[in-house]
Design a binder for this molecule. Structure first.
Ligand SMILES: [Mg+2]
Length: 235
């Protein structure tokens, strides 16, 4: 019996990765007179991954990684004006209008009539709260959980808080690493909805998935029918 259904936010309910891809292209152009594009991208990616442990997720963390990369790659020759252009990339990202995926609003509002619906996202508290407020769909969630990392422990803490057993809990998301595998690890049900681009940090090697039992759907609109089939007895 499914009681609680939780959704990831970024690239599950609305566009997010696209903004980082666009930002990286602008950053690369700013540094184009110093270095080759591929080298800049590689260096930024590795700095970003290293800095996750220092600053966590989100645009502010990404901004610091861009500045650090710019200084490093130019051996300090980057100008103040160029640094200002890099900061402007982050400002623009923070102001991006929310682009909610097709079917999200109808699906979430319909599910909220039958199930307890949660939103579980990781990242910067201030930034994620602002996005949820701007999305206009926050009202459909009975609770919003913002965690610094999605681990079996952080999911278990959310289940405890909402007094739900893992077998009665479904998590829907676009990241196998963050939304599916940690939920399976505590005995919950995972519905994976892949998105066009996956951030390198969220990729999972194929061999780690071999014995993993999760549901894969093409669209969030298919979630209600899938949940109904999980709930009703097989005839
Ligand atoms: Mg996501």
């Amino acid at each position: 019996m499914i009681e609680v259904i939780a959704f990831d936010a970024d690239d599950t309910l609305w566009h997010n990765e696209r903004h980082y891809t666009e930002a990286k292209e602008i950053f690369t152009k700013i540094l184009a007179r110093y270095h080759d594009e591929r080298w800049i991208e590689e260096k930024l990616d590795s700095t970003e991954l290293q800095n996750l442990n220092r600053y966590g997720y989100g645009i502010k963390s990404f901004a610091l990684s861009m500045i650090e990369t710019a200084i490093h790659l130019t051996e300090g020759r980057i100008t103040g004006n160029e640094i200002q252009e890099v900061i402007a990339i982050a400002w623009d990202m923070l102001r991006k209008p929310m682009e909610i995926f097709d079917g999200v609003r109808d699906t979430i509002s319909a599910l909220a009539e039958t199930y307890k619906v949660l939103l579980i996202t990781k990242g910067d508290l201030f930034e994620q709260e602002a996005k949820i407020a701007r999305s206009g769909i926050g009202e459909y969630f009975s609770s919003i959980e913002i965690v610094s990392e999605k681990t079996p422990q952080s999911y278990q803490a959310i289940l405890n808080k909402h007094q739900v057993q893992p077998q009665n809990f479904v998590m829907v998301g676009n990241s196998l690493k963050s939304d599916i595998l940690p939920v399976l690890a505590i005995g919950g049900i995972g519905i994976y909805i892949p998105f066009e681009t996956t951030w390198v940090h969220e990729l999972v090697p194929e061999e780690e998935l071999a014995d993993k039992d999760f549901i894969r759907l093409a669209s969030i609109s298919h979630v209600p029918v899938m949940l109904a089939s999980l709930t009703s007895p097989v005839s």
